[in-house]
Ligand binder design. Structure first.
Ligand code: NAI
Length: 241
């Protein structure tokens, strides 16, 4: 067992919840971040000692700064950060409003930058740290109806590579994970026709589950991954090759 502390954003449900459950079972202390609500507090209570909930809107720098300071005060050190929280605001470019364009950039890209920026001084001082950013295969391929989301997720990959180059000298690694189609609330509302068409494009013939992503995150936090940085690991059942 280990007692290192990891921040997981978007931990109240979906992939973030799966990551939290997996890392708690592996013995990590966890700081669970989401916009708030009962699900987050209930999960922290269920996972028990060593796990605390921090309601925070990741698109707001003041809230992120305050949250990271609170986590550091509560746990004493921060070993890992999993930037998982994200959202979609789909629509065709022709009809996309500036607000619609901006929303996923504010949450997905700015939120990832804000948390990375806030933990970096602590990790640099500790001369160790693991930064893991949840991107998406859409950030690699683009997608009709998701220009805003795709741009935010591609931005995360470029951010990941840049941070890896800046912080490598301090023994801080930064990698991205790009999931394909994972069955969560985010994908639940897609029409059956779309889901069937997507399944046909997946060589492993099933949708991914949160734990498929969680296992890769756990690996990237492990000693075995200490020489990996700046990479994007695709977890998509072979959809994008
Ligand atoms: P979800 O919608 O089930 O959960 C999103 C989480 O992010 C929730 O905990 C929510 O509270 C949190 N969140 C959203 N906006 C926030 C904000 N402003 N401040 C704080 N927390 C906020 O989504 P899901 O499917 O679990 O996705 C998790 C991550 O994985 C996202 O970054 C998503 O883009 C990415 N992803 C998901 C895929 C999928 O097929 N489900 C595929 C590829 C990437």
């Amino acid at each position: 067992m280990n007692d290192r502390t990891v921040i997981v954003t978007g931990a109240s449900r979906g992939i973030g919840e799966a990551i939290a459950r997996d890392l708690a079972a592996a013995g990590y202390n966890l700081a669970l971040v989401a916009r708030g609500g009962e699900a987050l507090a209930a999960l922290a209570a269920e996972l028990g000692a060593g796990c605390r909930a921090y309601p925070c809107d990741i698109s707001r720098w003041d809230e992120v700064e305050r949250t990271v300071a609170a986590v550091n005060a509560d746990f004493g050190a921060i070993y890992g950060l999993v930037n998982n929280a994200g959202m979609t605001r789909d629509g065709l470019l022709m009809r996309m409003t500036p607000e619609q364009w901006q929303a996923p950039l504010d949450v997905n890209l700015n939120g990832t930058f804000f948390f990375t920026r806030a933990v970096t001084p602590l990790m640099m001082r500790a001369r160790q740290g693991r930064l893991i950013n949840i991107s998406s295969v859409i950030g690699l391929t683009g997608n009709a109806g998701q220009a805003n989301y795709a741009a935010s997720k591609a931005g995360i990959i470029a951010l990941t590579k840049s941070v890896a180059k800046e912080l490598g000298g301090r023994n801080v690694t930064c990698n991205a994970v790009a999931p394909g189609f994972i069955a969560t609330d985010m994908t639940a509302d897609l029409p059956e026709k779309v889901k069937t068409a997507m399944l046909e494009q997946i060589p492993l013939k099933r949708f991914g589950e949160g734990r498929d992503v969680a296992g890769v995150v756990r690996f990237l936090l492990s000693p075995e991954a200490s020489y990996i940085t700046g990479q994007t690991l695709v977890v998509d059942g072979g959809m994008v090759v």
